[in-house]
Design a protein around this ligand. Structure first.
Ligand code: SF4
Length: 140
């Protein structure tokens, strides 16, 4: 975490309730970064929770909503709707994914498996494979 992130974390706590009544991570200040964001040596912002989790320094993973981004989950009566959230800030990641031919759901295999389980993910992969073989795959 950054020094200002730690300072805000001490004041606001590990989470706050937003305008929609949802539990969210606090920001350093309004319209600023999350308290858990930190820059690495190359100037790229990273998640301190994720970094610590990957190093085995904490059993706590970053919130599932963060982990699933750019997919946003909308809870419906009988199921979840998973929607792709288009945001210009993500353009470089989209260009990279396109170059490497990585579709969003495969990029999100770990968080999707974390949220819905390995069987669910395998079924999704199977549906995608079926769609790829379909002569109508150009129709969206
Ligand atoms: S991934 Fe989530 S918890 Fe981590 S820095 Fe970003 S907003 Fe904060």
């Amino acid at each position: 975490m950054t020094a200002r992130g730690r300072k805000a974390w001490r004041i606001r706590g590990h989470s706050v309730v937003d305008m929609d009544g949802e539990l969210v991570t606090p920001l350093v200040q309004e319209f600023a970064e999350c308290v858990y964001a930190k820059k690495d040596g190359t100037g790229i912002w990273k998640c301190a929770v994720e970094q610590a989790f990957r190093k085995g320094e904490t059993p706590v993973h970053k919130p599932i909503d963060c982990h699933l981004y750019p997919i946003r989950v909308k809870k419906l009566k009988y199921h979840d709707a998973l929607n792709y959230d288009e945001w210009p800030i993500c353009k470089p990641a989209c260009v990279c994914g396109s170059k490497l031919d990585v579709v969003v759901f495969r990029f999100l295999k770990d968080p999707l498996t974390r949220a819905y389980g390995a069987d669910w993910y395998d079924e999704l992969e199977g549906i995608y494979q079926e769609w790829l073989r379909s002569p109508r795959k150009h129709i969206r």
